[in-house]
Structure formats: C-alpha cells, structure tokens
Write a new protein. Structure first.
Length: 316
C-alpha cells in the first residue's frame, strides 16, 4: 500500500518531493549511461548560464528565486568541474560575470540530445487531461512504476539515433569532417602526432588513392562520426583506423556501428583480416575491440604511432 497516495491532497507536498527526488536519481542514471559527468541538480543554473551571454549570481537568484547559499553552492560545483569561468564587469569591478568555459560548451553539445529526450519523455508521460492535480500525479507515478524514467530516456535517445543513422562512403566534400572529428578526439585524449596530421590532411593520397576506404556516420544529414580502412605496405593488410565520433553523440554506440560496418565491408571484399593500433589508456575501446573478436598481437618496434602500446588483429 502506498501511504503517501492514501493521504490525498494532504500528502501533495510529500508526493511532489518524492517524484522530484526519483526523477533526479533516474536522470543521473541516464547521464551515467551516456558517460556524461553532470549533476541533474545543477541543471537550472547551468541552463540559465547557457542562455545568457554573461550573468551574475544576483541575476541567477532573481531568475530562479533560489536562496543565495543554494546559488553559491551550485556555482562552486560548476566551477570545480571547470564548466564556467568568471570575468570582472568592465564598469563595476565588484561584479563577477559568469560565462561557460570551453569545457562547458563541449558538455552542452554532448548533453543537449539527452535533454531533448528527457523533454520528450516527460511530455509523453504527462500529456493527458485529469480532473485534479492528485489524479494527474497518480497517473504519472503509475507510468513511472511501469517503466523507469531512466530506461525511457535511454530508449528514446537510442531509438532516435537508430532511426536516423546512415553510413556513407567518402566524398571530397567530407574531407574536412574526417580531419576535424579526428583532431578533436586526439586532442581530447592524446595529441596530434605529425603522422596523424599528414594522414588526416591528405586522406585521398594516403587512403583513397591506395585502395582504402573512409566511411562516415550521418544523423539527420549531419556527419557525426568517421572511420577508415587504410592499406598497409605489407601483404595487403588493412588497418582499421581514424575512428572518431562527435562529442555530442558519444555514448550512442555510433562507433560500434562504424566498426561493424567496416568488419562487414572487409569480409564482403575478401580481406583476410583487419589490424588496429591503440593505447591501453583507452580501456573501454580495448574492451569493445575484444568484444568484436580482435586479439592482441606483438607491436612492431617501429610502430608509426608514438601513443601505441597495443596492436590487435581480427582474422576472418
């Protein structure tokens, strides 16, 4: 028996608090699923900073009607995560103007699709008529008990990606996407080596014109990922390489879709195996490579990547 529900209107405040805490917890589960380091409780303040080209603490407090200690605590958390920066007001040096940092802007790109799905799920769960707020709340909790909020969010995001993802082959006008996606990824995890710069800046010379292949993942006509099958100099081997996914679409298994497409394509054209070079630092990536059947083999002493400390192959 649900005691709070049995209290009717007298239990409204406690019911709303329970729903709020549940949705915050479930939203955190969804963020964690997509590897997004963000606290749902920071959402209102972060969103205001997003929409303002510079804002002060007092302006945030006026907009949200939060207590000043609550505002200060949230700002401190955002600051500790390097999601915001502070600048002194040009006129009144006592004022600190809050802006998104580069890391905050990158997070915004990643988290926006999740926000869109959260919005869609909430609308689907609450879009009905009722004779009272309690009745509406009963209906909402019934739906949340049938399917968890986090599961509904994750399914909505995955469905949107699956329905609209398209794998296409290389065209000259996509060369900049091949370069930019890979440089962004390398700068986030390592650095761009001279060998990377040469390959990424001349994909037709080093890959296409040598019989290699470059593929792109498109979502709603936007290029969101890429990967290449690059010929190696010895024995007609091909390297599965230069895989990168846009930061805002990581966590949606687009990289795995690209990998599966490469494996299927390699089999279809009769390649005996695929080679890849990686770093043990990328534990999740290594786990996925093994999941797809790649096994570790010795790395040659003159490996063309300085960051490489593991070599793997998939024999068909």
């Amino acid at each position: 028996m649900d005691t709070l529900r049995g209290l009717g209107e007298l239990g409204l405040g406690s019911r709303l608090k329970r729903v709020s805490e549940y949705m915050m917890k479930e939203t955190q589960i969804a963020y964690n699923h997509f590897n997004i380091d963000f606290d749902p409780y920071l959402f209102p303040i972060f969103k205001i900073i997003v929409h303002k080209d510079g804002i002060t603490n007092s302006e945030i407090q006026s907009s949200l009607q939060y207590t000043q200690p609550a505002i200060t605590q949230a700002i401190n958390k955002l600051n500790s995560k390097d999601l915001i920066i502070h600048e002194l007001d040009e006129i009144d040096k006592r004022k600190k103007i809050i802006h998104l940092s580069k890391k905050g802007k990158d997070l915004l790109k990643t988290i926006k699709p999740i926000w869109n799905s959260i919005d869609a799920v909430i609308k689907a769960y609450t879009l009905e008529t009722s004779s009272s707020l309690i009745e509406h709340l009963n209906s909402l909790e019934n739906k949340l008990n049938t399917k968890s909020f986090s599961k509904a969010i994750i399914e909505h995001v995955d469905m949107k990606v699956k329905q609209h993802i398209e794998i296409i082959t290389y065209r000259n006008e996509y060369a900049n996407y091949f370069y930019e996606l890979n440089v962004e990824w390398l700068q986030a995890y390592f650095y761009v080596e001279p060998y990377d710069e040469e390959i990424l800046g001349n994909p037709e010379k080093y890959i296409i014109n040598k019989g290699g292949h470059i593929f792109f993942a498109k979502l709603d006509n936007k290029v969101v990922g890429t990967v290449a099958l690059m010929p190696l100099s010895n024995k007609g081997d091909f390297e599965l390489t230069k895989m990168a996914v846009s930061p805002e679409y990581r966590g949606h298994k687009i990289g795995q879709k690209l990998m599966q497409y490469c494996i299927d394509y390699a089999k279809s054209i009769g390649l005996p195996k695929l080679i890849l070079y990686s770093s043990r630092k990328l534990e999740n990536a290594i786990y996925i490579y093994k999941k797809y059947g790649f096994i570790e083999i010795p790395v040659e002493p003159n490996c063309h990547y300085k960051r490489c400390d593991i070599k793997m192959e998939l024999v068909f």
